[in-house]
Design a protein around this ligand. Structure first.
Ligand SMILES: NC(=O)C1=CN([C@@H]2O[C@H](COP(=O)(O)OP(=O)(O)OC[C@H]3O[C@@H](n4cnc5c(N)ncnc54)[C@H](OP(=O)(O)O)[C@@H]3O)[C@@H](O)[C@H]2O)C=CC1
Ligand SMILES: CC(=O)N[C@@H](CCC(=O)OP(=O)(O)O)C(=O)O
Length: 349
């Protein structure tokens, strides 16, 4: 049994993480913290916990005094806030799993350009491992800091990894067209996220300037061993949870004739054969198949005449895109079964 602390437990990502850890047989949640609700019981903020999980939220200042009680610290804070706490945790020999973006980008200059925040401890960033278990299992086992991926990047990278790794597609242009439920934006009040603005609406946002662009590109470049021209467009769906990404790729000329949809499926099935949380499916993915689960569902179509591949990838943004993926990394880091505490399937409706 290990002991965990959650910083930012009152946010959407943090409360989802708490829900999962509360059902995890190898973990005791030792403390939970909040910025605005310190001193309150979590059951008064999220009333679904009342009677069943009662715990007082501690303040950020109180975290330091409690670091010697835990083995792992989860951070679910706004960008730029994880660095300092991570430093204190490492000094106390506590492993860190950050759900935010502070350590996701290898290049500090790119991070500073897109997030407008400075890296004060670049050595922490240098030693952090990008926490996408399907690609970096071995590295996660040996790290002290896991940078859990963003939700859009998780769906996009898992969607195309087998094609890029096998060198089958052009890097001249890859288009990632993603749609997310509103919980992706977090719990704080924003005018463009109120019910009347979102309900019965559908829109693109942050076109050509979304901060997940460099993160998706970084990982796709590594897989393809190249410099991909990536176009990423996020859209806001009038639902609570779920992301569906549709990804458009061109097959390299030399493979156009010999490649078939059946062969592409063979490649995907081989690539993900040991991955419990990836479901390669011949019927195209839908959000309802993955909602409330840690599963990423992927389907592919191929048009030989023009060499077009369309990949569809679906996840739950709060689980495989946040809390679930963080727990998957924790399981790997502490030598538990990778699917421990995460075996629940979508409830479909
Ligand atoms: N929502 C999602 O689908 C995903 C989110 N993430 C990441 O998880 C992190 C949290 O996101 P999310 O839960 O959506 O956001 P929320 O806005 O819902 O939650 C933010 C959390 O951070 C705390 N917080 C806010 N401001 C401060 C501050 N100034 N000092 C200390 N704590 C503060 C809040 O505390 P309080 O409530 O007490 O004010 C709350 O617990 C982000 O880094 C995000 O990128 C990653 C993947 C997916
Ligand atoms: C719908 C919506 O607003 N989604 C968020 C993505 C949140 C997320 O997961 O990204 P980080 O982990 O990098 O914060 C956005 O576009 O900013």
């Amino acid at each position: 049994m290990i002991k965990a602390g959650i910083v930012g437990a009152t946010g959407y990502a943090g409360q989802q993480l708490l829900w999962i850890l509360n059902n995890h047989k190898e973990v005791k949640v030792e403390f939970i913290s909040s910025h605005s609700f310190a001193g309150e019981n979590i059951g008064n903020i999220y009333k679904n916990y009342k009677k069943y999980f009662e715990k007082k939220l501690i303040s950020l200042e109180e975290i330091k005094e409690n670091l010697d009680k835990i083995d792992v610290l989860f951070l679910a804070l706004p960008h730029g806030m994880s660095e300092k706490i991570t430093k204190s945790a490492l000094e106390n020999n506590v492993k860190v799993i950050d759900l935010g973006a502070d350590f996701r980008l290898d290049d500090s200059e790119i991070y500073e350009k897109w997030y407008k925040v400075k890296h004060n401890y670049p050595e922490i960033n240098k030693n952090a491992v990008y926490g996408l278990p399907e690609l970096y299992k071995e590295k996660i086992k040996n790290t002290k800091v896991v940078a859990s991926p963003g939700c859009y990047p998780t769906s996009a990278i898992l969607g195309v990894a087998p094609l890029l790794k096998n060198g089958l597609v052009d890097t001249k242009k890859i288009v990632v067209d993603s749609k997310s439920g509103v919980s992706g934006a977090g719990r704080s009040a924003k005018l463009d996220l109120i019910y009347a603005e979102v309900n019965e609406n559908f829109k693109a946002y942050n076109v050509l300037k979304h901060r997940h662009t460099p993160e998706i590109k970084q990982e796709m470049d590594k897989l393809a061993n190249g410099n991909i021209n990536l176009v990423f467009t996020p859209h806001l769906l009038p639902i609570n949870r779920g992301i569906l990404s549709t990804i458009y790729l061109d097959v390299k000329d030399e493979f156009k004739e010999s490649l078939t949809e059946e062969k592409i499926y063979e490649i995907y099935n081989e690539f993900y054969k040991n991955e419990y949380f990836v479901r390669v499916t011949e019927n195209l993915p839908e959000i309802k198949n993955v909602k409330n689960s840690n599963i990423c569902e992927i389907g592919v179509r191929y048009d030989k005449e023009f060499g077009n591949i369309v990949v569809v990838s679906a996840i739950d943004n709060l689980i495989k895109g946040a809390g679930g993926q963080a727990v998957q990394s924790m399981n790997i880091l502490f030598g538990f079964e990778e699917n421990e505490g995460l075996e629940f399937l979508s409830m479909y409706l």
